[in-house]
Write a protein that binds this ligand. Sequence first.
Ligand code: ZN
Length: 493
Amino acid sequence: MRIATIHVGQETNDFNPLPTTIDDFKAFGILEGQEIIEKMAGKGQVGGCVDAMAASGMNVEWVPIVSGWAMAGGRIDTGARLFFEERIGTGLRKAGKVDALALHLHGAAAAEGVDDVEGAQLAICRAVLGPDVPIVLSLDHHANVTRQMVELSTAIVAHRTQPHDTYDTGRLAGDMLVRILRKEIKPVMAWRKIRLVTHQEQFLTSQGPMKAWFDQARNWEAKDKRVLHVALCPMQPWLDVAEGGWTTIVNVDGDRALAEKLADESADFAWSMRQDFMKKDAVSVDDAVRRADQAAKGVVVLSDTGDTVFGGTAGDSNLILEAILRLGIKSKALMPLIEPGTVAKLIAAGEGAEITLPVGGHSSPKFFKPLTVTGRVRKIASGIIKVPVFQQPEHDMGRTVFFEVGPATLMVSEKPGAAGNVPDVYRWFGIEPSDYKMAVLKTASNFQFFKPITSEVIRVDTRGPGQSDVVGLPWQRVPRPMYPMEEPKSWRG
Ligand SMILES: [Zn+2]
């Protein structure tokens, strides 16, 4: 069997005004041809899919087309969107006859003037391959599933956990493809859009309402062999698009009536828990830094919910730094700051120099303003960092400067990299995070990398393009009424 594979991922945050460019994809590596299979071996959606198909014993000739991944961020600019559309179209045309396509996308990407980037990519694939070649689409669970995605794919799978296990998702896609190609199954999909956009604090699948919702899906799959996979996609809450909202997709072997019934039940269950999904744990900035300062031991993780780079924000919020300095906190604090202009000024000052300058708050004037601080330039570095971030084996965070301001060590970089969420990145630069009492993480969910050295996680109720106050975001395009902005009569609207 000749199987084409494509992997493109970016999660868009519509409230971050900085566009995502081709350079943002290049920072994590764009791969073409066999290099994709080699570099992704054992990793991510591509590696999982390859391994699952190999384990089935099926004789597979891989036809890898393109792989590109960028950190979550603002809308993809036209150049980057067209680059991938061209590579996908040309690559598939050149590939000749293939038996199937393993299409690994994110599902929550938007571009300048285009709300449904993945739907458009899928349309190109379908146009080249024709109506009969199976396409299994694997998505992030924060995807915004659209009519186009469902109509043009043969089956859709999505991450079963948050934090995500992308390799597992790839395996699901591979297993599905094997069974389709062996004609063991004929998937039918039923799907429902649910009028929900809730904040990130209840997104972990290990606890609370998200666990209950995901467990229901897993129980159906375990009890009835006809239920192939239930893909649950609670859309990440910063995507302001015309078809926005949560989705449930039920893939069933043959039995459409069963798929439709379960899709309704899944949507009903999510809707019944809508108030639970809105429970907030975050505390005020001042309370959070005082609690971290007074903790018996570190590392206390301060989750900067409003500036979650893994949720697509720019990473230049200075709200936690401001509170540390204003409150006279003495404990050592470690934090990232993504701000190319500040990097340039610090490099111009030179290693060892003391400098006063405004830091942070440049990207999103609706949420932040710069803060003037005085500090010392400790270290200047650059280069490729051989530390994996999600599906990508290495990355470039541009020029990076460590800057000491009072009790805080700022890792100021030109590009996001892992946004301070992966301790091994600090270690790469010779900084040991466990020497610090507190560390600011630019994520509201991905605490797993810091977990071995974490004493406590405090969610900080910071404003910003990733803020937990979803009602307060400047929505323009999502369908209304939408919970929690309104109280629709049902999930159907
Ligand atoms: Zn996600």
